[in-house]
Ligand binder design. Structure first.
Ligand code: B12
Ligand code: SF4
Length: 471
């Protein structure tokens, strides 16, 4: 028996990425601090059917089942919660995470959820849980208090996950995610991070960050860390201190992070490289500067992007371009520019995605005002009335056309001989020999390559049509 089971919902497409869900890890740590017994089910790892999950829950008899879901995971959250309720689960079901934070009324329409939890959970969810356990009355929608001092939080409850099951492209090493900031001061049209976490960036101190790195390395054997902060390098001094401490404490890890192209420079990149940074994902978004200007603002320009990619190439950090297709006013010509841009900037890898119509983003709000979409489209998606996850289709383009463009972009990029040899770092016979010797890395690289080239269409289908996969 356990007090709380936290479920991180299924990913609805076969991302070649399996990341530890930091949100529920932080929640679990906060609950454990209050002596609440908690278990985590990460569906992105175990892919349990609703029947199997219910069986587990009926055995564990938790007082509370907490489900964390992004907007694109809503339909599964609804299907699972309804199934639990219809089949005798007595636990109270609480929905938390980004979607309900943006659209709190969601739980009033979808009655399989007893409660909705809005915002950050660490300071408020433990009290809610205690109230529910003691049979006290709790409001239908509970609002979480923002955590002002991230250093005051207990470290995420990594011990509740099977850490070795997680993986990411670019490495065969044992890997974990970490997140060290909350909030973003920028205002890209397609993104709802500033709405979710605020414009004011809250940081963990370098000491706390490195303490977590050390714990992951020593206790869980983690050799590779992915910092999933949106703009890891936004405060240069803090990153330099993190690098200094990793080196000083001789922690044997390599790592990656994500940031904007206008938030790096030669000095910082070379400090990062020396402390183990081996990859950076940049939000390039589009190869058409005029479109980028509209959705992201005046920066980063093409020039800034090219410069940062060149610097990474020079220093030895893999530079990954995140691309999106489907912006207001974007033409097929613009999309062609996006497809060829990674070649121009000499990217090591790309991630191309359609632009989600994420609720409460500037693009979403404007499209509702312009009568392009209905405000309740995510409810329709959640209930199954809408077949696929809402994505932005510019200028009357069809889904099929957009997906084809995205697939072609991937195929064109990954099938270039220079791209393959760069990914595999084969410049001469000796490189080839080393690669074969280190066959695990070879397989990882080959798997990523194959995923992009042969299965990208299949992946995107799974992401757009959640019921593609039988469960
Ligand atoms: C890391 C990350 C990923 C990773 C890993 C996801 C994972 N396994 O956790 C990867 C790269 C795989 C990913 C993919 C995607 N992501 Co993402 N991702 C993030 C990112 C940058 C950090 C998430 C995180 O760790 N946050 C830190 C934790 C502490 O916060 P949190 O998760 O929100 O949890 C807190 C609260 O929400 C709440 N809470 C959460 N769950 C629960 C449950 C209960 C019961 C309760 C009470 C409370 C509660 O308490 C937590 C602690 O305070 C966020 C942006 C952000 N800053 O949040 C985007 C974000 C979550 N992603 C987003 C999106 C759109 C996606 C994709 C759909 C993108 C795409 N086009 O491919 C995919 C979908 C993947 C899937 N699983 O289906 C959006 C979601 C917006 C929305 N409306 O849902 C975000 C907010 C970014 C954005 N652009 O707006 N993502
Ligand atoms: S896309 Fe990145 S930089 Fe832009 S608002 Fe979102 S989190 Fe901030």
């Amino acid at each position: 028996m356990v007090d709380v089971v936290l479920i991180f919902m299924l990913p609805n497409f076969n991302y070649n990425i399996k990341f530890q869900p930091q949100g529920v890890l932080y929640l679990a740590a906060a609950l454990e601090k209050e002596n609440v017994d908690v278990k985590i089910l990460d569906m992105t790892i175990n892919f349990w059917s609703k029947e199997k999950t219910l069986k587990f829950l009926l055995k564990e008899k938790p007082k509370i089942v907490g489900i964390g879901a992004m907007s694109n995971q809503l339909r599964d959250a609804v299907v699972y919660a309804k199934y639990f309720k219809d089949n005798g689960l007595q636990s109270k079901i609480v929905l938390g995470g980004p979607h309900v934070t943006l659209c709190p009324d969601f739980v009033k329409k979808f009655k399989m959820f007893d409660y909705g939890f809005v915002g950050e959970g660490e300071l408020t969810f433990p009290k809610m849980v205690n109230d529910l356990i003691r049979g006290k009355k709790v409001k239908k929608i509970v609002y979480g208090k923002k955590v002002e001092n991230l250093d005051s939080l207990p470290l995420p409850a990594y011990h509740l996950l099977e850490m070795k099951k997680y993986r990411m492209p670019h490495t065969s090493k044992i890997f974990s995610t970490m997140i060290t900031t909350r909030g973003c001061p920028y205002s890209c049209d397609f993104c709802n991070v500033p709405k979710l976490s605020g414009r004011n960036v809250r940081f963990k101190s370098a000491n706390t960050v490195v303490e977590e790195v050390r714990l992951l390395n020593e206790k869980f054997g983690i050799e590779w860390i992915m910092f999933t902060d949106e703009n890891f390098t936004i405060y240069e001094k803090r990153v330099a201190k993190i690098c200094h401490l990793i080196k000083k404490e001789r922690i044997d890890v390599e790592w990656m992070c994500e940031t904007r192209n206008d938030l790096v420079n030669r000095k910082l990149l070379s400090t990062m490289y020396k402390a183990g940074c081996r990859g950076i994902g940049f939000g390039v978004e589009t190869g058409a500067e005029s479109v980028r200007k509209k959705v992201k603002g005046t920066s980063p320009t093409d020039k800034t992007i090219i410069r940062s990619f060149n610097l990474c190439n020079e220093i030895g950090i893999k530079a990954i371009a995140f691309l999106m297709f489907g912006y207001p006013g974007e033409t097929k010509e613009d999309m062609k520019k996006t497809s060829s841009f990674p070649h121009l900037i000499n990217a090591d890898s790309i991630f191309s995605n359609p632009n989600f119509f994420l609720p409460k983003t500037p693009i979403f709000e404007k499209s509702v005002r312009d009568g392009l979409i209905k405000k309740n489209m995510w409810n329709k998606y959640a209930s199954g009335d809408m077949r696929h996850v809402p994505i932005y289709l510019p200028n009357g383009m069809t889904h099929k056309e957009l997906l084809k463009i995205i697939n072609n972009c991937d195929t064109k990029f990954y099938l270039r001989p220079s791209s393959l040899s760069k990914r595999l770092k084969i410049n001469n016979f000796n490189d080839l020999r080393l690669l074969v010797r280190n066959s695990k890395d070879f397989l990882v690289e080959f798997n990523d390559f194959a995923d992009h080239v042969f299965k990208s269409d299949y992946q995107i289908k799974r992401f757009l049509y959640p019921y593609y996969r039988k469960r």
